[in-house]
Design a protein around this ligand. Structure first.
Ligand code: PNS
Length: 171
């Protein structure tokens, strides 16, 4: 009998969570019975700090999943993490990582991440879902920039996140 994966991690910085992220988490939950959304402590990609604190990003994710009806599916939890993603997966007993792929620009970075993670932990599978139509160009950085310049991000983020961004821009 094949050993089916029961539990996956959906990792990210989520600074802040977008509707694209919510879509990936929702789809991961439809593919696997248990999903842990792992919020990375800081952005290691370019060594730059985050706009929202780890606690704020975890809180926004929980509120977004509630608002969008994804929490109601059950089997989903949100946790902060630091260190290596594969170590976190092992600690949590997850057998795979699910991430979203948007344009080709994501591909090279994600291929490198999947390759490094496979090198570190060959037993942990990397699974990618293609972004749903309409979310291909939604990113946390675009949302932060548009929002800080007074643009409308209501089609890109859950309403609770749009409210937090508006509050943040007043600070
Ligand atoms: O939302 P992001 O910025 O695309 O998320 C990137 C994240 C947090 C998934 C990635 O940076 C990550 O896995 N960080 C943990 C450190 C790690 O395990 N790196 C991969 C092997 S070099």
């Amino acid at each position: 009998m094949p050993n089916h994966i029961q539990h996956v991690v959906v990792p990210g910085t989520f600074d802040p969570v977008t509707l694209g992220h919510v879509d990936v988490i929702d789809r991961a939950r439809h593919l696997f019975p248990q999903v842990t959304v792992a919020v990375a402590e800081s952005r290691s990609k370019r060594g730059v700090g985050t706009t929202f604190s780890l606690d704020e990003r975890v809180d926004m994710l929980k509120a977004a999943l509630d608002e969008q009806g994804v929490s109601a599916l059950g089997g989903i939890r949100v946790m902060p993490f630091c260190g290596l993603l594969v170590d976190f997966c092992r600690e949590q007993g997850a057998g795979g990582v699910v991430k979203g792929l948007r344009a080709m620009t994501d591909f090279e970075y994600e291929l490198q991440q999947a390759d490094l993670n496979a090198h570190l932990a060959p037993d942990i599978e990397s699974v990618y879902v293609m972004s749903s139509p309409g979310f291909g160009y939604v990113s946390s950085s675009a949302v932060r920039e548009i929002s800080s310049l007074g643009g409308d991000v209501s089609k890109m983020v859950p309403a609770c996140v749009a409210a937090r961004l508006a509050e943040h821009n007043k600070r």
